[in-house]
Ligand binder design. Structure first.
Ligand code: C2E
Ligand code: MG
Ligand code: MG
Ligand code: MG
Length: 290
């Protein structure tokens, strides 16, 4: 009986592997058409000052309106695109689309908060990312500082020459660099002092913990960021208690479902038009108070 059970498990395992391969194959087969037919959409998630509750920035997050599969989230395709190197093409598209929207919005007389885009490891290691991004800023006449760059913590792991050089170049060209998912487990603390980072985005898993121990960790991160002169944005702020806890340790900025979920460009434009909801002068760079 137990042998039979094992066989069954093996069969189920094989079946799910096969399904995964099929799924990956379908996504791979439709990705080029996805770009060509403009199926990838930019959503914006606002970042807030938790003292005023006002929007001070936003993050551009990609979604895929797939003709057969419906609306796909990055988790459904970004890891695969990082494996098959399509991510460079997708990110280029996302950056262009973001810049094109900002240009249209400014031309219509709108005011914009800084918008960050996400970079994958390959963008930094396999392409001349600084030239590419600088070219986009120039072609769309985007004021310096209006597009910021999120680089996930794991990219910094190992402190390779490449990441140090590239981030240095990007900073010299006017880009603000945010370290994304900080505390996810890849970084050693001392690399924060030696790399070119302007803002820390604290990974959302810190929001899940409860009790004094997790409060101590939050407090320690905020103290450290103060010494390093790094503003902190907490990710995954989805409850009022999160806001209270974060404010009690002096964290000024937060992003999460408690404030806003990622929204369409149209909804984001409406938000930018609400004067009581946005602070265009707070660029999200306020340091923690002592
Ligand atoms: P990320 O850069 O850390 O983005 C934050 C993710 O957390 C987003 O998921 C967002 O929807 C989600 N989130 C925001 N607030 C909350 C909250 O309060 N609770 C919870 N549970 N989640 C929250 P999303 O849009 O599914 O993106 C997932 C990841 O995919 C991103 O993580 C980023 O690493 C990657 N990604 C998204 N867009 C792009 C892109 O254009 N290029 C690249 N290379 N990666 C991207
Ligand atoms: Mg991000
Ligand atoms: Mg993040
Ligand atoms: Mg994250």
């Amino acid at each position: 009986n137990s042998v039979k059970g094992n066989d069954h498990h093996v069969a189920v395992y094989r079946e799910s592997m096969r399904e995964n391969l099929l799924r990956e194959q379908e996504i791979t087969n439709s990705m080029e058409a996805g770009i060509k037919n403009r199926e990838f959409k930019i959503y914006m998630q606002p970042k807030c000052n938790m003292e005023s509750g006002k929007v001070v920035g936003a993050e551009a997050l990609v979604r895929w309106q797939h003709p057969q599969k419906g609306l796909l989230l990055p988790g459904d395709f970004v890891p695969l695109f990082e494996k098959n190197h399509f991510i460079e093409k997708l990110d280029l598209y996302v950056w262009e689309e973001t810049a094109a929207w900002i240009r249209r919005w400014l031309d219509k007389g709108g005011t914009c908060v800084p918008v960050s885009v996400n970079l994958s490891r390959m963008d930094i290691f396999d392409m001349d990312v600084c030239s590419v991004l600088t070219d986009i800023m120039e072609r769309y006449h985007i004021p310096s500082g209006l597009i910021e760059l999120e680089i996930t913590e794991s990219v910094y792991a190992g402190q390779s020459e490449r990441i140090i050089k590239e981030t240095e170049r990007l900073k010299k060209n006017g880009f603000t660099i945010l370290m994304d998912d900080f505390g996810n487990g890849y970084s050693s603390l001392n690399m924060l002092s030696s790399t070119n980072i302007d803002i820390l985005k604290m990974d959302m898993h810190f929001m899940e913990g409860e009790g004094l121990k997790s409060l101590g960790i939050l407090d320690a991160i905020l103290h450290m960021s103060k010494w390093l002169n790094l503003p902190v944005i907490a990710e995954g702020v989805n409850r009022e208690e999160h806001v209270k806890t974060l404010r009690s340790v002096g964290c000024v900025y937060g992003q999460g479902f408690y404030y806003y979920c990622p929204m369409s460009i149209e909804e984001f434009e409406d938000l930018l038009l609400a004067p009581d909801k946005v602070d265009f002068c707070d660029g999200g760079k306020k340091r923690v108070e002592s």
